[in-house]
Design a protein around this ligand. Structure first.
Ligand SMILES: NC(=O)c1ccc[n+]([C@@H]2O[C@H](COP(=O)([O-])OP(=O)(O)OC[C@H]3O[C@@H](n4cnc5c(N)ncnc54)[C@H](O)[C@@H]3O)[C@@H](O)[C@H]2O)c1
Length: 313
């Protein structure tokens, strides 16, 4: 199978790419390194391209491909709040150009990195895909617009598609220096510096957090099993409160006794609590998450501690 991955140098895209290469597939990566975590993917063809520019993406010479995995684009809710028009239009333009390219190279399945932010605040958890989407943040409005674009474009061409509504993804390899994205990594990076940290908003807020290994598994299953179509929640199916998350990381880092969490005013557009119903994903692909909180969080905190120790040597 030939798979094109946009954003294939980013946290999630690079891990999916590595897995596909290991499984013997051909991988082409399109990325402009705006927020990448790796410089290249050994064994993959790398095309340095700004997908925002239709001339650059339109001029790309790519062989026929079976699947496009579209992960490139602005990936920070905070950046979207600061520059809504810029980030939303960039995400839409990049998605449109990726779709045009997918159609030109004969792709039959388009997998898109959407987010649980499309739901907004939900009355019932766990949330199912048939619940109305009422995004309350600029990031969510942008993601929902992209979902509609993917659905309309692919349906008109009879191209298979999945809008993966990913919950909070975390895991080894995440950029600990990044403070604008990554719930688990942001708190872990703060706690590695000091046991005194600030939480913007209630500690009773909760999230479904999904380990990168499970995310990789879901994307590869959806690429190889034709049945998946439409929006699909991608979480672990369990939630953790911000309080539990912070305490678990602190415990693993050996600083639980010194922990001092200050609560600050919440961020506008932040959802209170959300957890994924993953039965549709399970039925469509046979997905079965392996890593759940708190074990996954402990695993991540151990990796983070080690990688900071190695970096400071
Ligand atoms: N990490 C999460 O928890 C999460 C959750 C839900 C959805 N998502 C979505 O998944 C996707 C990947 O997330 P990630 O965490 O790997 O983010 P990331 O920032 O690590 O990866 C995004 C990649 O896209 C590339 N890119 C950005 N603009 C580009 C452009 N104009 N042309 C070409 N390449 C460009 C970046 O260089 C980067 O390598 C994003 O669309 C994000 O919104 C992420």
């Amino acid at each position: 199978m030939h798979v094109v991955i946009t954003g294939g140098l980013g946290f999630i895209g690079s891990r999916i790419g590595a897995r596909l290469l290991k499984d013997g597939h051909r991988v082409s990566v399109l990325d402009n390194s705006a927020t990448s975590v790796v410089a290249g993917l050994p064994g993959a063809e790398l095309h340095k391209v700004n997908l925002m520019d239709p001339a650059s993406s339109g001029g790309l010479k790519l062989d026929k491909a079976d699947v496009m995995m579209h992960l490139a684009g602005p990936s920070s809710g905070m950046a979207s709040a600061k520059d809504p028009v810029g980030t939303i239009s960039a995400g839409y333009q990049i998605t449109y150009n990726a779709l045009e390219l997918a159609s030109r190279i004969g792709v039959t399945r388009f997998l898109h990195a959407s987010s649980m932010v499309v739901y907004g605040n939900v009355a019932h958890n766990p949330v199912r895909e048939d619940l109305p989407c009422v995004p309350i943040s600029q990031y969510g409005i942008g993601k929902f617009a992209n979902e509609r674009l993917v659905d309309t474009f692919c349906s008109a061409r009879d191209m298979g598609f999945v809008n993966f509504r990913m919950f909070n993804v975390y895991g080894p390899g995440q950029n600990l220096a990044r403070t604008d994205q990554g719930l688990v990594s942001i708190f872990t990076a703060q706690l590695l510096k000091s046991p005194k940290i600030v939480s913007k908003g209630s500690l009773e807020r909760f999230r479904d957090i999904v380990h990168i290994d499970d995310v990789v598994s879901a994307w590869t299953l959806a690429a190889t099993r034709g049945g998946a179509r439409g929006p699909l929640n991608l979480g672990c199916g369990e939630s953790i409160t911000f309080r539990e998350l912070i305490q678990t990381v602190a415990d693993e880092l050996g600083i639980k006794d010194k922990l001092d969490v200050q609560q600050a005013e919440g961020t506008p557009g932040d959802q209170f609590g959300i957890c994924a119903d993953i039965s549709a994903l399970k039925a469509a692909t046979g997905f079965s998450p392996k890593m759940r909180p708190p074990e996954g969080v402990r695993d991540f905190a151990r990796w983070a501690k080690q990688s900071v120790a190695v970096a400071s040597k």
